[in-house]
Design a binder for this molecule. Structure first.
Ligand code: TNX
Length: 543
């Protein structure tokens, strides 16, 4: 397979540090510098926020309270020995720059970057070094000079909060994980067949009725405007942008329970035979009331996500709808988003519509129908579903090339590499956990190992991509059909999430598994201190 070429001057890493993602440039030096509770940070006032965040996080990661004022110097200074990121920023801030430098010398630690955000990323690297080297209240850091910056500007996680409702506190834990791995987008999948999670004051039944649902008999819920404001601010403090998804025209069964007048005359589903079914109905583009509804929703939701330059309109799996209606719907919905000053992102199926060059298409369907039958553990799909799936996968092959032809950029989220709702192939050293593992993840995808998660490259992963410039970014996705609560969620997120970050950020694309596994093992002290659950894979020597 063709491999991403390092930019000129980016060497093969001669040695590593307990950091994920791996930094672009790293030079070891002789000596060490020791941080203790009497150490602290010297910084100009404009960096007070990232520094305060760092001090708080260092304590949460490992219990080291930096109560002094010297040892770490932080400043604004340019970084240009690594190239700027490719791709698009979810907050639309074209002037943003996440590059940073980090130097550990015998005389002290220095972190610098051209912007507070760059400095924040550098301090995040320092957090990882401290927690991996912390022993008896002191972090003995080996001397090194690091210069680093992201390969892609949009590095995210799509989180399904519908099939299982995750409370604001649970979402904050996920944001903490994203921040530790320099991921900067939380894509919230707020609506689906089973529920609705956001307030629309002009449409009270969405929260009074639709929000009560979740998959099966799980509890429903929604985020109030205040809760969302707090979540968005919590994320922003960690330089994470929250992008809202309103999934339409399909995946709208919950809307139809709240507003039956929007439902098509005939409701159709495919029974899966295990008590669940796939609804085939969608919002109909030919009816004026559909568009009043969509406008009501956009007008209420957009202001709740001020940092996001984008609105995700879904567009996936409209299996009960004609291609023509799908295209009509997508084009009109995209126009309404643009009219409101936001850019459009949607699942790959939107590439079948006429798009603008500012639109972003999220590619996911890299499945091969012939291979899907190869997983012996997978349930046999009902007869009725087979032609529907075959048709969906056949059309999906053209989506990425169509998007690129139209000048749109792609977010890379292939099921094969970035769907975290695949079962874990690695067993756990913990028997209880291993039992939970057996029920987690959708079986028809087949199980994937942690090693698998780092053995690919975004540029090589989809048809039609020739260079990193065609990619907006890299986003993992976690769907929650098999996830019943926060422990399940964390067990599928960790330790996969750092692997997605490695692919999205690092310029070192040919990940070497034993070397990566060593860095991964060194993450566990911070996870333990933060009481995050992770799959204790037998393939990794956790410390
Ligand atoms: C497909 S990915 C879906 C979701 C499911 C997911 C399960 C996408 C855009 N749609 O509705 O939850 O598969 O992995």
């Amino acid at each position: 397979a063709r491999r991403f070429q390092r930019y000129p001057g980016c060497p093969v890493l001669p040695q590593t540090r307990p950091m994920i993602p791996a930094p672009a440039l790293l030079t070891s030096a002789d000596g060490t510098f020791t941080l203790t509770t009497s150490s602290g940070v010297t910084a100009p006032p404009e960096l007070a926020d990232p520094v305060a965040r760092f001090v708080e996080d260092v304590e949460l990661d490992g219990g080291l309270a930096l109560t002094g004022s010297a040892g770490i110097t932080v400043e604004l200074a340019p970084v240009d020995d690594v190239p700027p990121a490719a791709g698009l920023r979810a907050d639309g801030d074209e002037g943003a720059d996440e590059r940073y430098g980090l130097e550990v010398a015998a005389t002290g630690v220095r972190v610098w970057g051209p912007t507070p955000e760059g400095v924040h990323r550098g301090l995040t690297s320092l957090r990882q070094l401290i927690s991996a080297h912390l022993q008896d209240g002191a972090a003995v850091l080996p001397a090194a000079r690091i210069v680093d910056g992201p390969r892609f500007a949009w590095r995210g996680l799509s989180l399904d909060v519908v099939r299982t409702f995750h409370t604001p506190d649970e979402v904050r834990r996920v944001i903490d994980m994203l921040a530790l791995y320099k991921l900067n987008v939380l894509h919230l999948h707020l609506t689906d067949d089973q529920g609705w999670r956001v307030e629309v004051p002009s449409r009270p039944a969405l929260t009074d009725v639709a929000a009560k649902g979740a998959l099966g008999d799980r509890p429903g819920g929604y985020y109030t405007r205040d809760e969302l404001a707090e979540l968005v601010a919590y994320a922003a403090e960690r330089y994470v942008t929250v992008v809202p998804e309103i999934d339409m025209p399909g995946h709208t069964s919950a809307v139809f329970t709240a507003y039956p007048e929007l439902a098509p005359a005939e409701l159709r589903t495919i029974e899966l035979g295990n008590g669940t079914s796939i609804p085939l109905n969608a919002l109909e583009p030919g009816r004026p009331e559909t568009w009043t509804f969509v406008e009501d929703v956009l007008d209420a939701v957009i202001p709740q996500f001020p940092q996001s330059a984008y609105v995700h309109i879904g567009g996936d799996e409209t299996w009960g709808m004609s291609d023509e209606d799908h295209v009509t719907f997508v084009e009109k919905a995209a126009g309404l988003v643009r009219d409101r000053g936001k850019k459009v992102v949607g699942w790959q199926e939107i590439a079948r519509a006429t798009l603008g060059s500012e639109d972003v298409v999220q590619f996911w369907l890299d499945l091969d129908i012939d291979k899907m039958g190869e997983n012996p553990d997978a349930p046999t799909p009902p007869e009725e579903l087979l032609p529907v799936l075959a048709d969906a996968l056949r059309k999906a092959k053209y989506d990425a090339p169509k998007a690129l032809e139209q000048g749109a950029k792609l977010i890379v989220s292939p099921v094969t590499w970035l769907y975290f709702d695949r079962p874990h192939a690695d067993t756990s050293t913990d028997a209880e956990q291993d039992k939970a593992r057996e029920r987690l993840g959708l079986e028809f995808y087949g199980a994937a190992s942690i090693e698998h998660g780092v053995s690919w490259d975004p540029v090589d992963s989809l048809p039609g991509i020739e260079s990193a410039d065609q990619i907006a970014g890299v986003e993992a996705a976690i769907w929650c059909e098999t996830i019943t609560g926060p422990e399940d969620l964390e067990l599928l997120l960790l330790p996969r999430l750092p692997g997605a970050a490695e692919k999205a950020w690092s310029h070192h694309t040919d990940t070497n598994w034993p070397e990566y596994a060593t860095r991964l093992a060194q993450q566990s002290p911070a996870w333990r201190n933060r009481s995050w659950t992770w799959l204790q894979s037998v393939e990794v020597d956790w410390i």
